[in-house]
Design a binder for this molecule. Sequence first.
Ligand code: ATP
Ligand code: MG
Length: 445
Amino acid sequence: MRLSRYFLPVLKENPAEAQIVSHRYMLRAGMIKQQQAGIYSWLPLGFKVLRRIEEIVHQEQQRAGHIPLLMPTLQGADLWRESGRYDDYGQEMLRITDRQGREMLYGPTNEEMITDIFRSHVGSYKDLPLTLYHIQWKFRDEMRPRFGVMRGREFLMKDGYNFDIDKDAALHAYNRHMVSYLRTYERMGLTAIPMRADSGPIGGDDTHEFLVLASTGESEVFYDSAVTDLRLGDRAIDYDDRDQVASVCREFTTLYARTDETHKEDLFNQIPEERRKVGRGIEVGQIFYFGTKYSEPMKATVQGPDGAIVPVHMGSHGIGVSRLLGAIIEASHDDKGIIWPEGVTPFHCGIVNLKQGDAEADAACEAIYASLTALGLDPLYDDRDERAGGKFATMDLIGLPWRITVGPRGLKNGVVELTSRRTGVSEEMPPEEAVQRIAKIYAGI
Ligand code: ATP
Ligand code: MG
């Protein structure tokens, strides 16, 4: 993309309404525009990152054997009456009446609808296990929408639902979700710690929230600092191997890590003092096992191997896709702007032409742009007739992890400059080498 033809409405001033850094940078970098409290348009740069995050979520869900579908945002009230949640859900649910007087709602979540799909089409244990998921907009009429996309009213969520013959099989699905989530967040450059959470009205003790540590997080967290060193890395996972998947979950959940809802002071005090940490975290996902809570009232049953008709065991598993943009920025920025991890960056690299209109500099930039594009990469070429300082400030603000700077002086010596956004370190090298370096960085991502 050439910046002269792109739509990147950056703001010079700090927007007064933004209280936290991610919200401020998303507005300043021209990623989002607020339309109403907690409701945003996704401008091209923000939309690009949102799509990249979605893509990672899709890949990791499908790697775990989960199947994508798409359910609508609007739902009928009747399904929610079957589960008893239509009245229980309260004011967070946006209720709508259509011209026929039918009661509808903008879905805050999809347990009822997916259970309805399941009961309409599945009747035998032979069709299990089954996990279906979608990535769809949700609406919750939050009392205090704030912090930009972190606590929106309309927000994008991945929500997945497992259907299993018994509790053991459903717990395997739960564990599969935990491991696939760990990999998902790591690919986004995040450390998200699974923490034992409160199941609230859902019941049972099988629920974990995934928290990204950040001083601006809304949850208070208590943890053993050793959990922050755990990494899944690129080890091979066989998602059908119950023991392997369970052992990875044990590895990540044995050390103490809890939110204030489940915190136990006596257990916490058993951690060696220097590793005992209290901080704040952003909830970027949650997994639940809730047994037959929906399948019983909604009659989602299957015939088991012995011929008996039994309600299926279910769980639901969510990732805050749009909230993740905010969480990633909270975890990765400096005073000049965003620093995108390579896994989610909107463009792989920036190209800055220090002297637009100089025949040699223009030709070198065009050649670099063409080579990167031919390699399947997506560069952003700042080809505007602007001062170098302004170009650098824009690149730093929008946070592309790599920048190639091209100017007549370097070109005389046959070199351009390759700069890392994270470290600020610049190296001179011939243009072809800079292209190869970028290609190599992204080859493994
Ligand atoms: P919270 O406690 O933050 O209100 P929740 O526990 O009600 O969230 P879940 O039902 O667990 O939310 O939804 C799954 C995920 O969706 C959450 O982990 C979070 O990342 C995201 N999410 C929930 N509410 C919002 C919101 N208002 N804006 C953006 N993302 C949200
Ligand atoms: Mg939650």
